[in-house]
Design a protein around this ligand. Structure first.
Ligand SMILES: *Cc1c(COP(=O)(O)O)cnc(C)c1O
Length: 467
């Protein structure tokens, strides 16, 4: 099977550029749904191979109409970054260079770049500089990593070694979590053996912030090891827990504090919004994503742990065939569950180098301003109800008047109308007994004009539903 490498890779470049150029006109949902794409792709195992260039052409042809324009300028569904071209280019080289970045000695460039990215992240996010960062696939896995470090530390302090002896027979660990925590925290807890039903759920306010008084009351009755899970950026409202109050209370009770800041932690990157996170630096572990606000291509998440020793203890593996580790070495695999893996630090390095501290701050501020603009446009229309305090890049609205069921039906109809219209993409979610339209402004490509076009489309869809 002969092929010309340059021709093959250049063809991938051409397809990528053509695709990105098409997104201004195709910013809505894909033309074909999953069932249709599956039918189109399903076939028996190919018995014979094919030329790589033909496979590439077929891959592109068969994917057509089934791609969600997440990298486009008017994708507001969920909190998803737009895979910035600088990150994509770096990521292509990660694949082309094929560095297995689990260890530092065999792949020195990749490991060094990851270590530099670790330092830059701690600096930009202004978190304790001695912290270690595990470069994971996303915030869900990063959450499991941070909580595993927490588990190691709080149980060691209670005289039990969970890494050696597991959880059977261990002293029970009390895990306290806000009622509006992200779904991924529950799966992370399940993964590390804590069980999502064995949690103490703490009441929240109308924006999803953990009640300080309820946390205080819940902690008072507890003895033994404890973990408190706080949140920077609620998935629907963008609300921040009151870290200044929560963390001292939790620490006074001897708890480890873990913060889910999958997108919200990036408020720390700009002086204009840093106040939202005041006190957060006192926590013990934090999670954020590279593939959301920072625009790193998927997959990119960060598990940030103040207690480097607990972090490594919870993750490290060693075998005789692996290079020996000196205590001062930073081994990439010592902070994540995987051994073999791609050089995840490289696209992060490239994005931070591309944006710089100022560029990150501008990106975050711009998205918050764009979200406010959208909120103003929508709430000026009769019958569109703003449902959150818009502080960062999250906006929720519902439509019409009357009881929850009536508004839900109207809201679902507007969401369907917006998605069918193809100008922009927004989805729905349950919020405190209601069904809302969610708008997350997280794409590096979004401009004011895109917000105005999208607001017009949403208002038009609402008028059509209202009749
Ligand atoms: C997206 C998100 C997560 C999960 O992150 P993944 O990268 O998708 O695994 C966790 N918490 C919050 C608040 C999120 O927005």
């Amino acid at each position: 099977m002969t092929y010309d490498l340059r021709t093959l890779l250049n063809r991938a470049v051409d397809h990528a550029v053509d695709y990105r150029a098409s997104l201004n006109d195709h910013a809505g949902r894909p033309d074909h749904g999953y069932a249709e794409m599956r039918d189109r792709l399903l076939e028996p195992v190919p018995e014979q191979g094919a030329a790589p260039l033909d496979v590439l052409e077929e891959l592109v042809r068969r994917s057509q109409g089934g791609l969600m324009p997440i990298t486009g300028p008017r994708f507001f569904g969920w909190v998803m970054g737009a895979s910035h071209p600088a990150g994509v280019a770096a990521d292509w080289l990660v694949s082309a260079w094929g560095q297995n970045a689990g260890y530092h000695t065999p792949t020195p460039a990749a490991a060094a770049m990851e270590e530099v990215a670790e330092r830059w992240l701690l600096d930009i996010l202004d978190l304790p500089r001695q912290s270690s960062i595990g470069f994971t696939t996303g915030a869900t896995v990063a959450g499991a990593v941070g909580l595993a470090a927490a588990r190691t530390r709080v149980l060691l302090d209670a005289g039990w070694d969970p890494d050696a002896d597991g959880l059977f027979g261990a002293p029970p660990v009390h895990v306290l979590i806000g009622d509006d925590a992200h779904s991924s925290m529950f799966s992370a807890l399940q993964l590390i053996g804590f069980g999502y039903r064995r949690l103490i759920r703490v009441a929240t306010d109308g924006q999803g912030r953990m009640s300080v008084a309820a946390l205080d009351a819940a902690l008072r009755g507890l003895s033994g090891p404890k973990i408190v899970i706080a949140q920077a950026g609620q998935i629907n409202t963008g609300a921040y827990d009151r870290f200044e109050d929560i963390i001292p209370i939790a620490h006074a009770a001897g708890a480890w504090v873990h913060v889910d800041g999958a997108f919200g932690l990036w408020a720390r990157a700009t002086p204009a919004l840093k106040h939202l996170t005041t006190g957060i630096e006192a926590a013990d572990s934090w999670v954020t994503d590279g593939h959301k606000w920072l625009q790193v291509p998927y997959d990119s998440g960060f598990a940030i742990v103040r207690d480097r020793e607990a972090h490594q203890r919870a993750m490290t593996q060693w075998a005789s065939y692996l290079p020996t580790i000196s205590p001062t070495d930073r081994v990439p695999s010592a902070f994540v569950p995987e051994l073999s893996r791609r050089a995840r630090g490289t696209p992060v390095w490239a994005m931070l180098k591309t944006l710089g501290r100022q560029g990150v701050a501008e990106l975050v501020e711009r998205h918050c301003a764009l979200t406010k603009r959208m909120a103003e446009r929508l709430s000026a229309e009769p019958g569109i109800n703003l449902r959150n305090e818009v502080t960062i890049n999250q906006l929720i609205v519902d439509f019409g008047a009357g009881d929850a069921a009536t508004r839900k039906a109207l809201t679902e109809a507007v969401i369907a109308g917006v998605q069918a219209g193809g100008v922009c993409f927004a989805g729905g979610a349950a919020w405190h007994g209601d069904w809302v339209m969610r708008i997350s402004v997280t794409s590096g490509a979004t401009t004011e004009a895109d917000i105005d076009l999208s607001a017009d489309a949403i208002i038009a869809a609402w008028r059509a539903v209202r009749g």
